[in-house]
Design a protein around this ligand. Sequence first.
Ligand SMILES: [Zn+2]
Length: 300
Amino acid sequence: MLSFSKKVKEELLNKPSKSRHCALAEIAAYINLCGDFSLYEGILAIHCEDDKILNNVKTLIEEFFHCKVITSETSILIKDKKLVGDIVHATGVKNKYKEYLGPVIDPMVVNMLCCKRAYIKAAFLCSGSVSDPEKGYHLEFVNSSYEHARQLCSLLEQFGVSPKQIERKGHFVVYFKEGEQIVDVLNIISAHSSLLQVENSRVLKEMRNNVNRKVNCETANINKIVSASLRQTEAIKYIQKNMGLDNLPVNLKQMALIRMEYPDMSLKELGSKLDPPIGKSGVNHRLGKLCEIAEQLKGV
Ligand SMILES: [Zn+2]
């Protein structure tokens, strides 16, 4: 079965960026997260295990830079010094072997809101994952550099979400743990049908919780009725044995017989069985009286 992560990614891949500025932001994200280059040697490599995503990177670069890109099974390798220079210059990406001269994510490349979304979308495609909402809420981006993780966080924060960060096995993970925030992130990257799936599971979960709460509440009520009924029938049996029901006033005797006959009836229902019928509080009063008589007989 297709994992939820894969589903989200398929949805994203089916909606490629339409404008050149957004396409450039996407290429920058791919290089920053899973690429490496040497301007001196004129080599740019982008590595990705997923062939559909790799194909997407290839198409983006080919269309933007009007070139032909060769891909192997899991990577793109560009060995054209001028082309590598053009790509590096346009995307504003920084080489990880050199000291950082500025931010990893070039502010010019993600200047517009649409481009910020495009950058985050590509970052999710090549470094992100999200767990099945039926199983739990977790969405993350795995960064190889601390600086990139920090800047990705501030990009995300501009959309009003609050990512958390943690270091895991030498990687810097930017993550979300709340359903609501995950819905927001899926909205930022325009994964709308996946978003609906998370929302549906959230609504279902909430409904299930409410139903459970209600059932627990009803069970508690039933328990209360049963234990009250037990107490009353015991009292009546005690009276029957030690005094005889015939010695009770007529209205109490009638009450006692009806209670014995219908041990699991509510007070209201019991009242309707009496002749003439009486209300809930009247029934309550008579049953209370019976319990009192039994207590007196016991000498308590
Ligand atoms: Zn744009």
